[in-house]
Write a new protein. Structure first.
Length: 71
């Protein structure tokens, strides 16, 4: 069973090209500090790599609690 990734936006998309803004939105992120739990597959990893300077990525262990954190 494939694992999960927690992707968190760490920087603003202001002053970045539209393609990068669209990629961040497609990852389900809505602003600095927002996180999204996504499946660990090649398309998602490619999207994370494309905007690696705007996000941080954590691999979640299998069976981990994947409920979104609330602040």
């Amino acid at each position: 069973m494939p694992g999960k990734l927690r992707v968190t936006q760490t920087k603003s998309t202001i002053s970045h090209i539209a393609r990068n803004r669209a990629t961040v939105r497609a990852l389900g992120l809505h602003g600095i500090g927002s996180s999204s739990i996504l499946p660990d597959n090649a398309p998602v990893r490619g999207m994370c790599r494309q905007v690696r300077f705007l996000v941080t990525v954590e691999e979640l262990p299998e069976g981990a609690d994947t409920t979104p954190e609330t602040n």
